[in-house]
Design a protein around this ligand. Structure first.
Ligand SMILES: *Cc1c(COP(=O)(O)O)cnc(C)c1O
Length: 397
């Protein structure tokens, strides 16, 4: 089929007519020559911003050696990153894949397999939460439970029981002798930056321990520094048995991973799971560079401080523009503005101020700057948000 102007990309995204050709730090330059302040970071991916020298260097050096080798052989680069992740977390074992949905698929399989290995294959059900997002594959969609995303794709994969977020009684009612695990995002990202109460996570941990269930944290969005801790579970002090990662882990290079304790991973033996590209040396080089920077002296402290600074300034904007912003929420640099106007209008008004953001559930606009952002750049963002609010206030009534 010919035709040059019409896109041949399957139209599953309602795209904005704007394209970026290069970036530097927190700035993106569009093909129209204009510069945009990036408060999307490729949806929580570009943790080091754009063209970070350490990431560029690590990837460039690895490209000269090997891009890909098979998992039929040892991959020292993957062994090294896995060892680092285990050193930094509760985990003993890591499986590398290429995206968040794949990481979640593996986490779900691991939880089911754990009980099968214990002689209880009937324990395959997983309790999940309303407003969750776990990916777009058939299993992760079933876990996500969003009817709009499931419609027309045939029978929904059996085995997910969804309950309201924060409702412990509902969780207890949903748990049966067939329940294998509870799956939760410590902060719901796509759901609208909904911060889960630490006490609720503690109660889930206790319930899992009591009933022999596994606790799975989906940290695909919250992980790798976004909340001001390396992982969100470390902020709340509740440790999962399985954790999924992706987004920021490669700083823009596609990578996913799930981490498990030796006990939770005991069902996953040779031949039971795989990924051709998983753990390839190029992805590992990217992850190594991201970890080096994020674990550098004072980096996470800076994320926490900048997160507080941003939230303080936003709180004052909220007070001055109550017809535009209803609430500021989030942790670290995972910040949500619950809007009074339609969230999409606020995203559009911010884009008109050359600042890009991303909408989420509950009429929230997510602010996801690169983690390397400076206080001066935050001040610049705040000025643009104020101007967008002035723009919208005029139209609000
Ligand atoms: C983005 C996201 C996913 C899915 O990741 P993909 O790489 O798009 O497959 C899963 N869980 C959470 C919490 C996410 O934010």
């Amino acid at each position: 089929m010919s035709g040059s102007s019409a896109s041949h990309l399957l139209p599953t995204y309602a795209r904005v007519d704007l394209a970026f050709e290069r970036g530097e730090g927190v700035w993106l330059t569009a093909t129209n020559g204009q510069r945009y302040l990036d408060f999307t970071s490729g949806v929580a991916v570009n943790a080091l911003g754009h063209a970070h020298p350490a990431l560029v260097e690590a990837i460039s050096e690895q490209v000269k050696k090997t891009l890909h080798v098979s998992n039929l052989y040892r991959i020292p680069e993957a062994e090294k990153i896995a060892a680092r992740l285990c050193e930094l977390t509760f985990a003993d074992l890591v499986f590398f894949c290429n995206s968040g949905a794949e990481a979640m698929e593996g986490a779900i399989k691991t939880a089911r397999r754990y009980h099968a290995a214990n002689g209880q294959p009937e324990r395959f059900r997983i309790v999940t939460f309303e407003g969750a997002f776990h990916g777009r594959t058939l299993a992760t969609l079933a876990a996500t439970g969003n009817k709009k995303y499931l419609d027309g794709f045939g029978p929904v994969l059996e085995g997910f029981d969804q309950v309201p977020l924060g409702d412990l009684d509902a969780v207890k009612k949903a748990v049966t002798p067939e329940t294998a695990a509870i799956l939760i995002e410590p902060i719901q990202g796509e759901g609208g930056v909904r911060v889960v109460e630490p006490s609720f996570l503690r109660e889930l941990r206790a319930l899992c321990d009591e009933r022999g269930m596994l606790l799975i944290f989906d940290e695909v969005q919250t992980g790798v520094g976004r909340t001001g801790e390396l992982f969100a579970y470390q902020r709340v002090g509740v440790t999962p048995d399985i954790m999924s990662l992706a987004k920021a882990l490669g700083g823009g290079f596609p990578i996913g991973a799930f981490l498990v304790t030796a006990e939770a991973g005991k069902g996953m033996t040779a031949g039971l799971h795989g990924s051709t590209f998983g753990g390839n040396p190029l992805a590992m080089a990217a992850a190594g560079a991201v970890l080096d920077v994020v674990l550098g002296d004072g980096f996470l402290e800076q994320v926490r401080q900048n997160g507080l600074l941003l939230k303080q300034k936003l709180a004052s904007i909220k007070d001055r523009f109550p017809s535009v912003i209803a609430e500021v929420r989030g942790e670290g640099l995972l910040v949500g503005l619950r809007a009074v106007v339609p969230a999409g209008d606020l995203v559009d008004a911010l884009r008109a101020e050359n600042m890009i953001t991303v909408a989420a559930g509950e009429n929230v606009v997510r602010l996801l700057p690169p983690l390397i952002i400076s206080a001066a750049e935050i001040a610049e963002a705040v000025t643009r948000i104020e101007r967008a609010c002035v723009r919208l206030q005029g139209t609000a009534r």
